[in-house]
Design a binder for this molecule. Structure first.
Ligand SMILES: Cc1cc2nc3c(=O)[nH]c(=O)nc-3n(C[C@H](O)[C@H](O)[C@H](O)COP(=O)(O)OP(=O)(O)OC[C@H]3O[C@@H](n4cnc5c(N)ncnc54)[C@H](O)[C@@H]3O)c2cc1C
Length: 493
């Protein structure tokens, strides 16, 4: 039986009896309409394939669009404007009085950005004639005569089946919780915190990965007393050590209480909020109270209830094992995005893994994802943008490493925008001068890093980059100075 695509279900439309409809065999059925799934769907259609996209949320877009990348970056932009307003007089903008924050309007703007992009996605699905199907998708087992069957259960409980030659699993991830805790209006995950009705006076953030530090940055800008409790010895632990150190220094300067090596023992609700007991880095028991607590201790892949137990699909620490073409161990079944093992859980990784899987299905050329070519961006104040090997990783891989570092303090555009904090650090191979990693913390780091990604992708060397013209005055010029710094020849430091 053919399942009716979501865009066809308009009131008043007449459908023929299900029995009279010949079964559609799609080239690809995709389970999950987040950035991994919808990108794969569009690329599939661009290759001329017949694609069905199954999603169980009320609207397409997944974590990224609804409770991840987009809403957090919207709030961070509000925070940035708010921070500028605090220093308006420095920029010669006088007599603006005391600005007040209309939190409801902040949330409304965030929601309108989401809605705009949901509509954009819906338009793209129609444009590419992708069958969007509402419901929970589940594999029924291996393919039968080369055709897979996905069972789809709609929100109302009605079940139907989709037939496809290939299935792409793109069900994404959810926030991990600490044992015994349930999210509510005090104990928050990325979902609840994005719609709290007012800015909390105090917030404890457990976990200092990208999600934890971004929310810390947002709420600190809005005046919240923020305490970070991180189990590992440093914040943003996947970044170069010097980046973690600089973020800690600058967060502390902003009044954020950063505690690393802190082992959370207990989270209890109180009459006024929450009490967190933890053991500090010196092994001493500590207690901290706040109005709210954000649990940001990582993301679990949604691998349950998608039917993989009936297939040869293999798991690795709760995530799906794939080869370089995103194929699982079950023929015709691919996995992309946050449910995949061995790749960072980022939207751009999800979308590119989708494009790789679909190219493989379409028999088109593709380039497998390389972990050391994936940019990592953290949109805190200060921002972080990095790609490639950290200094430690490069040494561990046996490179003789040569490092160049240039502080934004020497960059004219940084002076103009009033933000001198941070630096650009280049990790290069001493023998051939190949750039192995670029680590930026400071103004617009998440934009400047795009150059670094291209440099690594094209295997650029220090000598080449030292003679690459960068426009003046730009923040990107700090890259030129950092490449020069590798040879001890930065101009502006
Ligand atoms: C607070 C926060 C901020 C973030 N910021 C960034 C950022 O700035 N940049 C960045 O690159 N990444 C960011 N991320 C990570 C990013 O959101 C994820 O990497 C990305 O959303 C993963 O995409 P995905 O398509 O794999 O999964 P998801 O976006 O999680 O989408 C999966 C979709 O599948 C649906 N689904 C699940 N199971 C089924 C099923 N059985 N049947 C049908 N549908 C199903 C879900 O409802 C969902 O719509 C952030 C994450 C968080 C939490």
């Amino acid at each position: 039986m053919r399942c009716l695509p979501r865009q066809d279900k308009r009131p008043g439309m007449e459908f023929p009896l299900a029995e009279t409809i010949p079964t559609t065999i799609y080239d690809i059925a995709i389970i999950g309409g987040g950035p991994a799934g919808y990108t794969a769907a569009i690329r599939g259609a661009e290759y001329g394939l017949k694609v069905a996209l199954i999603d169980n949320a009320p609207r397409l877009g997944g974590t990224c669009l609804h409770v991840g990348c987009i809403p957090t970056k919207a709030l961070l932009f509000n925070a940035e404007i708010w921070d500028h307003l605090k220093h308006a007089a420095e920029f010669g903008i006088a007599s603006i009085g005391t600005p007040t924050l209309d939190w409801a309007a902040v949330l409304k703007r965030k929601d309108s950005i989401i809605t705009k992009h949901v509509k954009g996605l819906e338009f793209l699905m129609k444009k590419h004639k992708i069958a969007v199907i509402s419901g929970n998708g589940k594999l029924t087992g291996p393919a039968n005569a080369g055709v897979h069957t996905v069972e789809v259960t709609a929100a109302g409980g009605e079940a139907s089946q989709i037939k496809a030659k290939n299935v792409i699993l793109a069900s994404g991830s959810s926030a991990k919780m600490l044992p015994g805790l349930q999210p509510d209006s005090t104990v928050l995950t990325n979902i609840e915190i994005l719609s709290i009705d007012q800015v909390p006076k105090s917030l404890i953030v457990i976990g200092a990965g990208a999600v934890g530090v971004e929310f810390s940055s947002i709420f600190r800008s809005f005046g919240t007393e923020v305490t970070i409790l991180e189990f590992l010895p440093r914040v943003v632990p996947v970044e170069d050590e010097e980046i973690s150190k600089e973020l800690t220094r600058l967060f502390k300067k902003r009044g954020i209480d950063v505690n690393t090596g802190a082992k959370v023992e207990k989270v209890e609700k109180t009459a006024t909020g929450v009490k967190v007991s933890y053991t500090d880095a010196n092994g001493k028991p500590q207690v901290k109270e706040a109005e709210k607590v954000l649990i940001a201790v990582g993301r679990a892949g949604r691998t349950e209830n998608i039917g993989i137990e009936k297939t040869k699909v293999e798991l690795e620490r709760g995530l799906i094992k794939v080869n370089e073409a995103q194929e699982t161990a079950e023929p015709g079944i691919f996995a992309i995005g946050d449910i995949v093992s061995g790749l960072p859980q980022l939207a751009h990784v999800g979308s590119m893994s989708g494009m790789v899987a679909v190219a493989k299905i379409a028999g088109r050329p593709f380039r497998p994802l390389r972990r050391d070519r994936i940019p990592s961006c953290t949109y805190t104040e200060p921002q972080i943008g990095s790609v490639g090997l950290t200094e430690t990783q490069a040494k561990e891989k046996g490179y003789e490493v040569k490092v160049g570092k240039f502080p934004f303090a020497g960059n004219a555009k940084a002076t103009i925008v009033g933000n001198h904090d941070g630096f650009v650090k280049i990790v290069s191979d001493a023998k051939y001068g190949e750039i192995l990693g670029v680590h930026i913390i400071g103004p617009q780091a998440t934009e400047i890093v795009a150059e670094a990604v291209a440099v690594l992708e094209l295997e650029g060397t220090v000598d080449e980059l030292m003679f690459t013209i960068h426009a003046h005055p730009t923040l990107a010029e700090s890259m030129l100075d950092a490449f020069g710094a590798v040879q001890g020849m930065a101009i502006n430091a």
